[in-house]
Ligand binder design. Structure first.
Ligand code: ZN
Length: 255
């Protein structure tokens, strides 16, 4: 069964608003490290030359946001409380949510900003897909081409509240995008807020999660590699970070 990786990497060389720190403990440093740890915790001695070439195992230490790389936003991310009850953290959600029939909708022709229910209806008709409960919808915005650069955070199209409602009304629990956010870019929303004076234009997709329990996958990758908009399943199990509002995931399509 062919597998297609739909994930973007966590890469400390990428430009990020909250930079990633990735410290590598080399194999040689790993040898010195394990020797001192064994001495400190268990009073055990090991000579460094017991390891081939003096090398033990490497290690990687990361300091990064849970919203780096491909990740799932949990209901807790959207607010401390929700109208439907207590918003759940990423470790509390049912795995069934993260395995389902996938459908890719093409939003690449839309300008920077947010699209709504009409655009989604149009795309669903184009790919002849009727949404079913548990479907995982993947929005192909094309933002991935800017990955690693500052423009990745400003040049993309998101969803407005009517778009989110259309999908959730059909029983969708997980909405994915290859962009930085499911909402419009921050500067676009803030400019529209200043133009209109309407606070509803600010983060409508995320704030919808204060009324309706659902997840987003952000920063997907490789959506163009799917051979067709339907006819695949998606698996995107989030890393089980206790009490976290988000968790990294490896999103994969099974054709
Ligand atoms: Zn996020």
């Amino acid at each position: 069964m062919p597998l297609i990786d739909l994930s973007s990497p966590i890469d400390a060389e990428f430009w990020e608003p909250d930079p990633i720190k990735h410290e590598v403990l080399s194999h040689a440093d790993g040898a010195r490290h394990v020797i001192s740890e064994m001495r400190a915790h268990f009073d055990l001695d090991l000579p460094v030359d017991v390891f081939p070439d003096g090398e033990f195992l490497s290690n990687d230490f990361l300091y990064l946001s849970a919203h780096t790389g491909t990740h799932i936003d949990a209901p807790l991310h959207y607010g401390s409380k929700a109208s439907y009850g207590r918003p759940r953290s990423i470790d509390e959600l049912p795995l069934e949510w993260f395995h389902g029939q996938g459908v890719r909708l093409d939003l690449r022709a839309w300008p920077i900003g947010a699209v709504g229910a009409d655009a989604l209806r149009e795309q669903l008709a184009l790919v002849r897909h009727k949404l079913s409960p548990g479907d995982i919808v993947l929005l192909h915005t094309g933002a991935e081409r800017l990955l690693g650069s500052p423009r990745y955070f400003t040049d993309f199209v998101g969803l407005d509240r009517s778009g989110v409602d259309l999908l959730l009304d059909a029983g969708v629990r997980v909405i994915g995008t290859d962009a930085f956010s499911l909402d419009a870019p921050f500067p676009d929303m803030i400019n529209r807020y200043h133009e209109t004076g309407r606070p509803e234009v600010l983060w409508p997709a995320h704030f919808a999660g204060r009324e309706r329990e659902y997840c987003q996958i952000e920063r997907l990758g490789n959506l163009g590699a799917l051979p067709s908009p339907t006819g695949f399943t998606v698996t995107c199990f989030p890393v089980k970070v206790a009490r976290s509002g988000a968790g990294w995931c490896r999103a994969v399509a099974f054709i």
